[in-house]
Structure formats: structure tokens, C-alpha cells
Design a protein around this ligand. Structure first.
Ligand SMILES: [Zn+2]
Length: 214
């Protein structure tokens, strides 16, 4: 059963993952809309539906293994692998430098056919790092599937084919030219609980030094 981009948007919206307001992105830019993907991924039935659409397009690729980057990519790789009857591995951030690596004893046969899967492709960085980790382990990446492509047409190294269930342009602005700032809409940092609840939580410093693993 195929899935239309409109249905993907509806799934995100119904789950509360497509949020509207005034958001400060990790880049420092401001945006009127934000995708909190884990609001969708927390629901196995919704995740199953999205992954079924990936499976449908992946069937002809003779994939042996799914690979995803932490953290959302683990959930997606696992569910796509479950539906295809193959296995899933994941690529974690290197501790000793940039990029990602397969750890946990994951091994690939030489030339093993791997489909890389991720939730949202923004710049393509996590996907590229996962491709490199698979190739370094000896695997062959035969394609990339993402739920949402908001890259505006990113090209992947090596010309590896990729597809998205939903392609969307997410508007953002420099703070100086942000319409929501001008309108006085309260600014929110995604991933944080709106005040004042945040102030009642613990010391407020635990884990604050690290960007979320997106
Ligand atoms: Zn703003």
C-alpha cells in the first residue's frame, strides 16, 4: 500500500509532530514550524505504517540489512527490517572524532547489500556518515530511504539513490528578519519543555552541555 506525501504530513500532524509557533533551531535560525519526529516514532502503529511505505519501495533492492543512525534511525531500521524479514544495525557517533561507526559487534559480509534509513534529512550529514560507516565495514549501500526530506534536493556522495516519503520545505529566518520575532510570538527551543514547567525539573544542568543526538 503506497503512501501519499499528504498522508505522511497528516500522520505527523495528528501525532503532534508538526508543530507551529516560533522555534529556535540548533543553527540559531528561527522557524514558524518544527518537526518533532519522536512524537510520531513513539507510536509503533504510526511507525509501522510509515515503514510499510519504505518496505514497499525497498522490496526490489534485495536488501540484506538495514542501517540507521542513532537515534530515530534505530527505530526505523528495526521496524523496516522486521517487515522485510532481514536484520538491522545502527551507526553511532564516533567518540574519537567526526563521523559514525558500527559498534556492538555488528559485522557485514563483504559487499552485503544495505539500505540506509533515517527519519528527517536536513543537510544529509547523518545519512552520509552512516553510508561511510557501512562502507567502512565492507557493506554496499544500495539506497537511502528517509521519512522526510527537508534538504531541498541534497545530492549524496557517490550518487547513491535516495527517496523520501515526504519532501517539505521548512521556512526559517535569521532572528533579525524573523516575522514571528517582529510579531512578538514567544520563542521556544525545541526539545525543551515550555516554561514554567522546565524550571521545576532537577538542577537544570544535567545533560545540558550536549546537543541532542538528532
Ligand atoms: Zn524569531
Amino acid at each position: 500500500m503506497g503512501i501519499a506525501a499528504g498522508e505522511v504530513e497528516e500522520l505527523f500532524r495528528d501525532a503532534g509532530a508538526l508543530q507551529e509557533g516560533h522555534f529556535e533551531l540548533a543553527s540559531g535560525r528561527h522557524a514558524p514550524r518544527y518537526l518533532e519526529k519522536f512524537q510520531v516514532l513513539q507510536w509503533p502503529a504510526r511507525t509501522e505504517r510509515l515503514c510499510a511505505a519504505i518496505v514497499e519501495r525497498a522490496r526490489g533492492l534485495d536488501v540484506r540489512t538495514m542501517a540507521g543512525p542513532t537515534t530515530g534511525g534505530i527505530i526505523l531500521a528495526h521496524e523496516v527490517a522486521r517487515q522485510l524479514g532481514v536484520r538491522a544495525v545502527y551507526a553511532e557517533r564516533r567518540e574519537d572524532g567526526p563521523g559514525r561507526v558500527l559498534r556492538r559487534g555488528f559485522r557485514l559480509e563483504p559487499g552485503e547489500r544495505v539500505l540506509v534509513v533515517d527519519d528527517i534529512m536536513s543537510t544529509g550529514g547523518s545519512v552520509e556518515e552512516t553510508i561511510a560507516a557501512v562502507q567502512q565495514a565492507g557493506g554496499t549501500v544500495v539506497g537511502v530511504a528517509v521519512l522526510v526530506d527537508r534538504s531541498g534536493g541534497a545530492k549524496l556522495a557517490g550518487g547513491i539513490p535516495h527517496f523520501a516519503l515526504w519532501e517539505v520545505a521548512m521556512e526559517s529566518h535569521e532572528p533579525a528578519s524573523c516575522p514571528q520575532c517582529a510579531a512578538g510570538v514567544p520563542l521556544r527551543k525545541p526539545g525543551t519543555t515550555p516554561a514554567p514547567r522546565a524550571a521545576t525539573r532537577g538542577t537544570g544542568s544535567a545533560g545540558a552541555g550536549r546537543e541532542p543526538d538528532r
